[in-house]
Each structure stands twice: as structure tokens, then as C-alpha cells.
Design a protein around this ligand. Structure first.
Ligand SMILES: *Cc1c(COP(=O)(O)O)cnc(C)c1O
Length: 389
């Protein structure tokens, strides 16, 4: 077979296994009510948990920033791409996260690659939960550190690995909120293990930032761990800015030494053009809305409770999750696709998530809720699922 024929055969096998992915075309801004491929839907697909992606105040901030900073950054941060807007945002994010310093990255994926490969290398080890996000896994491979994975939330297994490692530097890396299950990592217990075994704890809070904790400060605040005076120098915190914050990008926060190390060594920070300063300026406005957003978070919690009550007793269990990620486990790949298609016929978009994104046999509808969903939106989904069951 030629190279091209082999690729075609792989694609055909993927299709036959019910694993082919397709894109839909979104014709409106991201929000609860959307037009997709020429049809109106209620969507339960986005990570825009606070409904900020299309907020007019952020659009106004972006317009203002366009006049102040133009469109492109024009250079990497270490050359001349680091604008006043980036600096102000880093300062604001460090203060908000309750950490001494912060560094911006263009995406969460790039942050994870850059941080892990800067902090560990050959002779070191990374200890990772099996359900971690793909970007964390890729980051460990890139770093060349030993990759030690433990079963989801199995702290005894993690402790055995930590106790027996010959590695010089040890880094425990976890999703603070697991992206496909929606559960929150046991951060206090993880931190205690890191103290006991002299490891750093890297928390990827892509799904907790803006949603959990006091004023949406994230998972550290959720566990009362986010005051500068008590924050452990062992914690390196990462959050993305394209999910609840509604814009794009990511930041890493930690001790001054960690942040300076990343500035000097993180290759995905150094060898790339800085994100447009207009995004940083827009994110400053987003941060204000997040901090003042208790009403939005209360609305979101009410929708989560409504969904959980409405779906109780169905043949498909909801995983236990107190976050806006509410996975309904269906199991079979084709069955989950059929269910997702049936909902779509009724104007409800809910993504079917299949292996390899989730373990074999745990295909699911990943229902994600937003403060932008109305009570009626969630009621329609509940009714449709009960009828389908
Ligand atoms: C989305 C996500 C990322 C990647 O962030 P982007 O800014 O979208 O690149 C990293 N980690 C987790 C857990 C995520 O869910």
C-alpha cells in the first residue's frame, strides 16, 4: 500500500468503528441558543460556563483594545511583543489567584507543554492521574521525564509510586476538575502527599477557574488554599482563559522562582508570537465580570441541580459531579451517537464523547451547562432524555 492508501484504510477503519469525528458549522456567537448548519438549537456543548463568550461588555472591551493596541502583537514576549495589556493582566491574574506571580501563555495546551518540559526532564518523574487531559500527557512525553500514571484519584497507588521512585525531581500533575468526568481532584490530600515525598503539585484548573471558589477564583479557593500567606510554594497553578473567562489563552501562577524559570525556559512561551494584546485587554474586563459574578455562578448551580433532579432514575447514570460538566454514561459508542442524533433532531445539541477521549465502554453524552441556559432550556433537555429512555 502507498502512504496515501494506508491513511485511507485507517480512516475507513475509524468510520467502521463508529469513531469518525465531524465538525458542525456555528453561525452565531457561542451561547446557549445557537444557529448551526442553518438550524436553531439549544446547545449543551461549550465550556463557556458563565456565558461570557458573547457578552457585549467584552465585545466593547475588545473594540476599545483594538484602538489602543491594534491587532497583532508582532513579536514574542521576550523580544518586543509583551505589551502593557499583557503585564496588567498577569498582575491581575496573580492577585486574583492569590499567587505571587503569573505568566501568560497563548493556550492551555501550550502552557502545559511549556511548563512541564521546563520543570522536569530526563532523570525526573511526573506522576499523573489516568484521566488527565491529553495536553498534560503530551507534555510529559515531550519532557522526557519518566511517566508514571495512576488510576483515577487512587492516592494509595500514587503514594506507592512516589515512595519508590528513584527520580531526582518529582512532579504530580492533575486536572483540578477532570474534563470528561467533571469531578474535582482531592487537592488537599494531593498536596499532603507532595509535602511528604518532596514533589511539586501542578494543577490544571481549566474547568474550575471562574466557576469554583470565592468569586470564581478556582479550585484552590474551593479548598480554602488560595491566600498568598498560606499558599504552598509546592503548588504550580494553571488555568485557561478560553473557557469560563470566555476569551482565549491561559496563565500559570506560582512562586517568583517558578515563574522566572518558566520565563527563561518554557519553549512554548519563548518561541512563539505573543497573543494579540487586545485579548489581554479584553480578559481584564472578563476578570472583573468573573469576580463580580456570584449571581451567574448561583444561576449555574441552579441549572446543575435542575438537571440532576430531572435525570435521576434513568437507565444511564450521571457521574457524580458538582461542576457544570455533567456526563451521562451510555457505554456503547454507536448507542451514544444514536442518542446524540435523536436529541439533535429535537433541536438539542449534546456531544457524544467516545474513546480514545474517554476509556473504552464509557462513551457518554457530555452535557455542559452554562449560566446562559434558562430553566426552560434545561427542562427541554430533561424531557427529551426521559422520552428517549
Ligand atoms: C481545554 C483544556 C486544556 C487546553 O486549554 P486550551 O486553552 O483550550 O488549549 C488543558 N487542560 C484541560 C484540562 C482542558 O480541559
Amino acid at each position: 500500500m502507498t502512504f496515501e492508501q494506508e491513511l485511507a484504510a485507517d480512516l475507513a477503519a475509524r468510520e467502521a468503528a463508529g469513531l469518525r469525528r465531524v465538525r458542525r458549522r456555528l453561525d452565531t456567537p457561542q451561547r446557549a441558543q445557537v444557529d448551526v448548519d442553518g438550524r436553531h438549537y439549544i446547545a449543551f456543548c461549550s465550556n463557556d460556563y458563565l456565558g461570557l463568550a458573547a457578552d457585549p461588555r467584552l465585545a466593547a472591551a475588545a473594540r476599545e483594545a483594538l484602538m489602543l493596541y491594534g491587532v497583532g502583537a508582532g513579536a514574542s514576549h521576550l523580544i518586543l511583543g509583551h505589551s502593557r495589556a499583557h503585564q496588567e493582566l498577569e498582575d491581575a491574574l496573580a492577585a486574583f489567584a492569590g499567587m505571587p506571580a503569573a505568566l501568560l501563555f497563548s493556550t492551555g495546551y501550550m502552557a502545559n507543554l511549556g511548563v512541564i518540559s521546563a520543570l522536569v526532564g530526563r532523570g525526573d518523574a511526573v506522576f499523573a492521574d489516568r484521566l488527565n487531559h491529553a495536553s498534560l500527557n503530551d507534555a510529559v512525553l515531550l519532557s522526557r521525564a519518566a511517566f508514571k500514571r495512576y488510576p483515577h484519584n487512587d492516592l494509595a497507588a500514587l503514594e506507592r509510586l512516589l515512595a519508590t521512585t528513584p527520580a531526582r525531581r518529582r512532579l504530580v500533575a492533575v486536572d483540578a476538575v477532570f474534563s470528561m468526568d467533571g469531578d474535582i481532584a482531592p487537592v488537599r490530600e494531593l498536596l499532603a502527599l507532595c509535602e511528604r515525598h518532596d514533589a511539586l503539585l501542578y494543577l490544571d484548573d481549566a474547568h474550575g477557574f471562574g466557576v469554583l471558589g470565592e468569586q470564581g477564583r478556582g479550585t484552590l479557593s474551593h479548598f480554602n488554599l488560595s491566600h498568598s500567606s498560606i499558599i504552598s510554594p509546592r503548588i504550580v497553578y494553571m488555568a485557561t482563559l478560553g473557557k469560563a473567562a470566555g476569551v482565549s489563552g491561559a496563565f500559570v501562577a506560582g512562586s517568583a522562582v517558578i515563574i522566572e524559570t518558566l520565563l527563561q525556559q518554557a519553549r512554548t512561551y519563548i518561541y512563539t508570537t505573543a497573543a494579540p494584546p487586545l485579548l489581554a485587554h479584553t480578559l481584564l474586563a472578563s476578570l472583573e465580570i468573573i469576580a463580580a459574578g456570584d449571581e451567574r455562578r448561583a444561576q449555574l448551580r441552579a441549572r446543575i441541580a435542575q438537571l440532576q433532579e430531572g435525570l435521576a432514575g434513568l437507565p444511564w447514570p450521571l457521574l457524580p459531579s458538582e461542576t457544570p460538566i455533567q456526563p451521562l454514561i451510555v457505554g456503547d459508542n454507536r448507542q451514544v451517537l444514536a442518542l446524540s442524533a435523536k436529541l439533535a433532531e429535537q433541536g438539542l445539541l449534546v456531544p457524544a464523547i467516545r474513546p480514545p477521549t474517554v476509556p473504552q465502554g464509557s462513551a457518554r453524552l457530555r452535557i455542559s451547562l452554562s449560566a446562559d441556559h434558562s430553566k426552560a432550556d434545561v427542562a427541554r433537555l430533561v424531557t427529551a432524555l426521559r422520552e428517549a429512555a
